[in-house]
Design a protein around this ligand. Structure first.
Ligand SMILES: NC(=O)c1ccc[n+]([C@@H]2O[C@H](COP(=O)([O-])OP(=O)(O)OC[C@H]3O[C@@H](n4cnc5c(N)ncnc54)[C@H](O)[C@@H]3O)[C@@H](O)[C@H]2O)c1
Length: 253
């Protein structure tokens, strides 16, 4: 029996990278998946792959920081698949800069997409979960929540997501809803490629430097995060809530 047979999931920012890996992993275990992204072509491609696995999906253009789009897209998923069981708040961007150079726009963009987006989607998701007394919400935080040079905006958003996760766990637990966060370390995606570019080093150099201080001696893959998300989305994790699971190949404080 597939763990997510009969379940419906929404994964935001799922056109590529970690979100795409999570969407495909949940689908491979039977979930039907709402694939949300600004990049609709990428989202449609992921849905094609999901159909190739024998499951089904719905690709929707959704900016998670816009309440009207969030409301409409969640409604379309529930209209098509009948319910919502799993929400993965993954959409994100970086606008890195040292504090003295960081603009208000860099700050607002990152806070709006990560922090407000997670709030808006969780508020919308719980509307469908609470009446059925069932739900799993998984929020993407980051090791940057512990501090990272050039990421005042991003680290604030990712630390905020940890606080939000714990509060939502307390509020939604009585309604059968588990809320947890995953905090990845360095994962090889377009996002970390963009970071290397900003640092004016090659991606290979960036990886090499990171691996030197990493006990597992490699960077993470989107599938490493998808494995953790699938566990937290499953009923095996039914007594785990309000936790932050660091998936970073090293101990964290
Ligand atoms: N890659 C890493 O090392 C790493 C580490 C820690 C945390 N994370 C977090 O994991 C998540 C996924 O990261 P990734 O590396 O796969 O990034 P990515 O840039 O490869 O993918 C992010 C996706 O989010 C989408 N997106 C951006 N803004 C959006 C919006 N407003 N509404 C909807 N979709 C939007 C993008 O179009 C893109 O498809 C992010 O929240 C990121 O902060 C990544």
């Amino acid at each position: 029996m597939k763990r997510f047979a009969g379940k419906v999931a929404i994964v935001t920012g799922a056109a590529r990278g970690i979100g795409a890996a999570i969407a495909k992993r949940l689908a491979s275990e039977g979930a039907r998946v709402g694939v949300f992204d600004l990049n609709i072509e990428g989202a449609q491609q992921v849905v094609e792959e999901i159909r190739g696995m024998g499951s089904d999906g719905l690709a929707l253009s959704c900016d998670v920081s816009k309440p009207d789009q969030v409301e409409s897209c969640f409604r379309q998923v529930v209209e098509k698949f009948g319910q919502l069981d799993i929400l993965v708040n993954n959409a994100g961007v970086i606008r890195d800069n040292l504090l003295y150079k960081m603009t208000e726009d860099d700050w607002d963009t990152v806070i709006d997409i990560h922090l407000k987006g997670t709030f808006l989607c969780s508020r919308e998701g719980q509307k469908y979960m609470v009446p059925r007394r069932y739900g799993k919400i998984i929020n993407l935080s980051s090791t940057s929540a512990l501090g990272n040079r050039g990421q005042t905006n991003y680290s604030a958003a990712k630390a905020g997501i940890q606080g939000m996760t714990k509060t939502m766990a307390i509020e939604l637990g009585p309604f059968g809803i588990n809320v947890n966060a995953i905090a990845p370390g360095f994962i090889a995606t377009d996002m970390t490629r963009a970071t290397a570019e900003r640092m004016k080093i090659s991606f290979e150099q960036f990886v090499e430097e990171y691996v030197k201080t990493n006990p597992i001696k490699r960077v993470g893959t989107p599938e490493d995060i998808a494995n953790a998300a699938a566990f937290l989305a499953s009923d095996e994790a039914g007594y785990i809530t309000g936790q932050v699971l660091y998936v970073a190949g090293r101990p964290t404080v």
